[in-house]
Design a protein around this ligand. Structure first.
Ligand code: AMP
Length: 421
């Protein structure tokens, strides 16, 4: 079946058309027919892009004022006689929507019913910068494609299997009960996908493996995946916790916040901007949030860029140690995301101190890992396999859409470990 996958942000809609089915998932033969998006929604120079394998990328600049108009443009270009890939929009049999936050309500991908929609709406308070746009995209797409099923795939669902000891903060318990303040984790579709692919690449059974997945992109997070289930992850109540990121600080002594607010006379909005936009690689280096620029600055001898790189990699190493302890061992460490897939230096620096754990990179393999391919970068003799797996969140969303419709979608709920209410 042809599935339209939509990922709606505040001023953008990204899409893919993916042909998939339960048989194609099994045989790993599902494929992307087209991908693209609309950027700068609300401006007079909104940009629509379309990429189809074997063709020149198509681009169009025009005024697209809101999400419904953006989805409308996407559907129109998909059936365009010259640039499109469909003869008729009726070829789209289902729509898979990326939803950022499913709170404790959603531990699985689900068919969107009025109750589900109300549940997603309730989670807006947890992700006020994301869920409203996801919902706007859903309503736009449903208005234009009312006769096909719409499925929600949540970033948080995979981490719902975490035990309470991993997700409860040592804060007054009332904050959890009254406001749902706990660790949720994000990037769940990516962690789940690369864990599955790692087991497949190694010819092993996922439910017999302990895997640490490192999603290193603009946002960075890691997960401890034991027997196919997330048992811990570095992002928390929001995506700010955990690893160092492009512009986010990750883990921090919380007492710094009131102290800096008082000393620098910051408002709450300024504090938020400091933590989310002016910290991380960018804040430490003063150079850039982009790892390629950091690496280039290191080459030029920038000591602050070098330090930023060291802090970034050291925290990954530390979490690998922590997650090996949490799972009582580790069989594989997987790198994904723009940095994880492409930065030879980050992989080398993060893994170098871990020989004691049985993880040893093969210098040659790490340096020559082919772009866009699934590849083992550890030595033959390394007890822990280190792999690079390109992530593909849209593919997971398309596959989950098919799984939900086929009644075979797994749930990641872990009621036996849920915190007392
Ligand atoms: P993503 O959010 O997954 O698209 O990843 C974006 C991050 O990947 C940015 O920090 C980029 O600098 C980084 N990145 C992309 N290509 C490379 C590369 N060849 N070497 C190092 N970092 C890269």
């Amino acid at each position: 079946m042809k599935v339209l996958v939509l990922n709606c942000g505040s001023s953008s809609v990204k899409f893919q058309v993916i042909e998939t089915s339960l048989e194609m998932i099994e045989a790993d033969t599902d494929r992307t027919l087209a991908r693209g998006g609309v950027e700068k929604i609300g401006l007079s120079d909104s940009r629509l892009t379309l990429e189809v394998e074997g063709r020149k990328p198509y681009q169009e600049i025009s005024e697209i004022l809101e999400h419904r108009a953006a989805v409308e443009r996407i559907l129109k270009i998909l059936v365009h006689p010259e640039h499109g890939v469909l003869a008729d929009v009726r070829e789209i049999e289902a729509v898979g929507h990326r939803m950022v936050h499913g709170g404790e309500k959603f531990a699985s991908s689900v068919l969107i019913t009025p109750e589900v929609e109300a549940g997603i709406e309730e989670c807006v308070v947890l992700a006020p910068l994301h869920n409203p746009h996801n919902l706007r995209g859903l309503r736009a797409a449903r208005g234009l494609l009312p006769d096909v099923p719409h499925i929600a795939v949540f970033d948080t669902a995979f981490h719902q299997s975490m035990p309470a000891r991993a997700y409860i903060y040592a804060l007054p318990y009332d904050l959890y009960l009254r406001h749902g303040i706990r660790r949720y984790g994000f990037h769940g579709t990516s962690h789940r996908y690369v864990a599955i692919r790692t087991a497949r690449l190694l010819g092993r059974k996922l439910d017999e493996m302990k895997i640490i997945t490192c999603h290193l992109g603009n946002g960075c997070s890691m997960a401890a995946v034991a027997r196919g289930r997330s048992v811990d992850t570095t992002m928390g109540f929001t995506p700010l916790e955990g690893l160092v990121m492009g512009t986010r600080c990750g883990d921090l002594d919380p007492a710094i916040l009131p102290w800096v607010m008082a000393m620098e006379e910051l408002t709450l909005a300024q504090l938020n901007a400091m933590l989310n936009k002016h910290s991380g690689l960018y804040g430490m280096s003063g150079v850039s949030s982009d790892m390629r620029e950091i690496e280039a600055a290191c080459e030029r001898g920038s000591r602050r860029a070098q330090l930023a790189m060291e802090v970034f990699c050291y925290r990954i190493t530390k979490y690998i140690g922590a997650y090996a302890a949490a799972m009582g061992g580790v069989d594989a460490i997987t790198f994904t995301g723009g940095i994880g897939e492409n930065s030879i230096k980050v992989r080398a620096m993060a893994i170098a101190p871990l020989a004691f754990l049985g993880a040893e990179l093969d210098g040659e393999r790490n340096t020559h890992a082919p772009r866009g391919k699934e590849y083992v970068v550890s030595r033959e003799s390394s007890r822990v396999v280190v792999a690079v797996i390109p992530t593909n969140e849209e593919r997971v969303i398309a596959r989950d859409t098919v799984r939900v419709l086929g009644g075979v979608m797994p749930s990641f709920a872990a009621p036996e470990t849920a915190a007392p209410r």
